[in-house]
Write a protein of this length. Sequence first.
Lengths: 211, 211, 211, 211, 211, 211
Amino acid sequence: MMGMHEYIQGLTNLETLNRAPGFFKYQEHTVAAHSFKVAEIAQLLGDIEEERGQSVNWQRLYEKALNHDYTERFIGDIKTPVKYATHELRKQLAGVEATMTQNFIDNEIPEFLQKRYARRLSEGKDDTLEGQILSVSDKIDLLYESFGEIQKGNPQTVYLDIFRESITTIIRFKELNSVQYFLSDILPDLLNEEFTDKQRLVAITQELLKD
Amino acid sequence: MMGMHEYIQGLTNLETLNRAPGFFKYQEHTVAAHSFKVAEIAQLLGDIEEERGQSVNWQRLYEKALNHDYTERFIGDIKTPVKYATHELRKQLAGVEATMTQNFIDNEIPEFLQKRYARRLSEGKDDTLEGQILSVSDKIDLLYESFGEIQKGNPQTVYLDIFRESITTIIRFKELNSVQYFLSDILPDLLNEEFTDKQRLVAITQELLKD
Amino acid sequence: MMGMHEYIQGLTNLETLNRAPGFFKYQEHTVAAHSFKVAEIAQLLGDIEEERGQSVNWQRLYEKALNHDYTERFIGDIKTPVKYATHELRKQLAGVEATMTQNFIDNEIPEFLQKRYARRLSEGKDDTLEGQILSVSDKIDLLYESFGEIQKGNPQTVYLDIFRESITTIIRFKELNSVQYFLSDILPDLLNEEFTDKQRLVAITQELLKD
Amino acid sequence: MMGMHEYIQGLTNLETLNRAPGFFKYQEHTVAAHSFKVAEIAQLLGDIEEERGQSVNWQRLYEKALNHDYTERFIGDIKTPVKYATHELRKQLAGVEATMTQNFIDNEIPEFLQKRYARRLSEGKDDTLEGQILSVSDKIDLLYESFGEIQKGNPQTVYLDIFRESITTIIRFKELNSVQYFLSDILPDLLNEEFTDKQRLVAITQELLKD
Amino acid sequence: MMGMHEYIQGLTNLETLNRAPGFFKYQEHTVAAHSFKVAEIAQLLGDIEEERGQSVNWQRLYEKALNHDYTERFIGDIKTPVKYATHELRKQLAGVEATMTQNFIDNEIPEFLQKRYARRLSEGKDDTLEGQILSVSDKIDLLYESFGEIQKGNPQTVYLDIFRESITTIIRFKELNSVQYFLSDILPDLLNEEFTDKQRLVAITQELLKD
Amino acid sequence: MMGMHEYIQGLTNLETLNRAPGFFKYQEHTVAAHSFKVAEIAQLLGDIEEERGQSVNWQRLYEKALNHDYTERFIGDIKTPVKYATHELRKQLAGVEATMTQNFIDNEIPEFLQKRYARRLSEGKDDTLEGQILSVSDKIDLLYESFGEIQKGNPQTVYLDIFRESITTIIRFKELNSVQYFLSDILPDLLNEEFTDKQRLVAITQELLKD
């Protein structure tokens, strides 16, 4: 067992591991930077929930957001759509990742901390308020990543698809105060920025919000 | 006022802003990735404090660690030793940064959130347990950054200087349970890694720990 | 005092320091390359002045052009529009830079050369013919830098703004023979290049030249 | 004929053209940055000559230094030792470059400026004081480029060879006041820097200076 | 004579040598990667010839495709249109390259292998079936390289010119079964991809195929 | 079914896919460049076998070498040692890759070519002379890749380990004429190059060759 030295040193892997390698043309995003941004966004959504009277478990919220992609160290971003992988193959790959995570906890984490890390490295997107905020925050960051490409003039339509799909997912959590605030107070400012494809993005968004 | 759209979009600045530009040869580190790593390290030190019976305010701890370098967006890493800047000039630059941060909060953050962000964007390294953990976590990440260069064979002595200075700062917090654990259970594993300059680093460390 | 070794070695800082970091998408420009190009452009404008009967002080012209951004070594490109900096803060930053330049001359330049370097590292854009040529050359290079982005299809409107602003500044020096030559014999060839946004750039230029 | 638009736009080629591609490991150098640095160094050597009573033709000095590698635009750095090229082949390549330069002047430079550019784009390293200063400045920059690799710990011996060969060439101009100053007042400061291979570099230098 | 160690080690030069440096904006291509792709494409065209009853000399086909750009090691991609080079100069440069190749074979290749490498490093695009397949494969890869830029939204018209010129050359070999298959079964799928400039590319292609 | 357009376009994935990402510090290697080099090395080993009287099936040899890593497109370099993956997990990942390859052939390759590509995309390292040459060529390229790091002064011992392991594998094929030639005529020239760690590498090699 290496103990927590291995854990700290391994953080550097997440600094060099790109999300969806080769996908973003203007700006690449590492797993470490994504985790930071998701935690910042979750912090903001938590603020709004609390201001609107919800009770937020902050330890749980930060913990979920910060650690939600740590396990990508082990096998990379294998949940990314891989061509020629059937549903069955994808399930096998997820199983492989889960087993490697378990091996890591058993072999590297000192016993008195194992329970904590087992919790942190398991799926965080559960039905708790904090789990839902994580689901939304993860999509808001993806939405901003695709918007970054659109705003800089990247003409590939795949970024519009991701933008659309991100908003669709966010809307599924529209019962949340923070999602309502995002849709009414943040998204309009984003659409107000200067960029070429503005009309199309506004149209897509209005279409989705109409329902 | 742009509102929180500006805040979220501005996170991307921290993804592209390098810490101490031109300093690290083998691996550069962005402010976003550093913030992520400091939050992960603070989480671990918090675990140890709690396991050893201390009461940890987790919301405060995560908040301090995650946001401690956000203001580098405004003027960059101006606290980095700049040649030919006197102590007086450095104080002036810090003053400029503080004023820009205040302008940002007044102009960009909606009023109902201003108090929260004023707290997050002010100096986090206070005398609370969480403030002390932040001071230590910031140095542990710096120590690993310089160790990364040393381990890959970078022969410049400046990384040894940083390694030494990081440990010196960490030792100043040796009353903390988590610092004792770091020195007894994590640092030895680091020094056990394979690298050329091992003897020298071990000697430096023993010298510092002796006192 | 390090003497002139420090000065020569410091030139390498200008090779790695990017102008307006993160601003140009297709091609970045270092301070060293910019200084070279400004000196080449100033040389051409000087040629034209001389051919049209003006007397050019060539030592002064080259000296101004070559050294005009050397002091960016000390604090970077702080005159770049920084968000959230008030006019007052900007003045403070300029003062800091001036003091650091003075410290550098006093501490690093041997006494018998201090007067020469004080002259070279002070503001070169004065009312002499050579000072005016420097002002124009600096803008012509900026104009070509933004045109480089436009020609490669970068859709962000900020490059059009810079193009427009550069021409506006150049026109302010329209009494100069070299500016007249630039507007009548060089700019039309630039607008004759192949690029997507041609009509818009031609229209902007004609609008500005009309007045 | 494109006229001087082509000349200005072509400067950007020198910003992207690397000197000796693939040769420097820690820091690459573009032709534009090299030209800037050579002009800065020539300016310093000119200062010293003038202070010691020599008469310096500053226009000629700056012109030579700034433009000495402009023709690399046409065929690249073909004077770099190419394996398997005999002396005869090298002469042929130099002839090709000279003809392309002549074609460029005839076809692109307006007639009233052709004489000036023919002068600037021809070999500058003649027997005048300014030509000799150019020869020395070119080597001093090469010496600092190789020292940059040595200081950062690059273990390949080829940088020591270049360091040695640069000093040998500089010494050939030891009648110049500025070379005497370089050897007595600048080189010792360089050798005083912190780096691993110090003893070897000092020994090489002393050996060369002894004769 | 270094023998074949030199030959193997020299392959790494082709890994770092970019085709048409500075030309492709979204994706650069090395000579090694191009050689690999041309060999893969030639393999496919050979398949089709054989399936349609032609006799293919596979050793000759692979050998031609794999080695057709090896000599770029010696003087780079000098056949690339260089501005200001007359036809005469270009012929001289080709002569220089041929002599360097001969020097290389004489000096580096062991005698018992010289005949084989003289064959491999000479011009492969002869009138044999395999030489014709090489000519077509080289253009198909160039066509895909330019299509890569077009598809990603690069607006410069030079990629359309290359696309057009590639198809024109391919059509000259329209007697080949494999060219007929390429035009009827592969090119339509390429034009069916999603990209902005689709109509224009389809129009260009139809225009060329009409004749 | 996309047909062979998809196959050709997919070659570009191999141009951007790095071997063992993050492993090589001085020079990265893409799968495309590696495939090219392995085919060149196999060609040389085939030459030697033929010159020494063996009969070489050249079509089979080139085909094996060129295509041996094509399937890395689908799931990347999953055979690379992944931490925390047990032998069982590794077998599962290999199974996933094999199924994706089969899906690709069934769905993308036209029926009349499927048999050819099934052969090319299956494991090429069989017991035929050509399969053995592929095994050796793959290791020779790996040996040169690690030697590239050692020669440039990379101090990490992992490159010595790879060097040692490559030679060990090559020696297992010492019955081959081409392996005997490699050990007697090529490897000594490699060890004769200039580099810091020479004695150690020579010692390692002699140790291995002794047995």
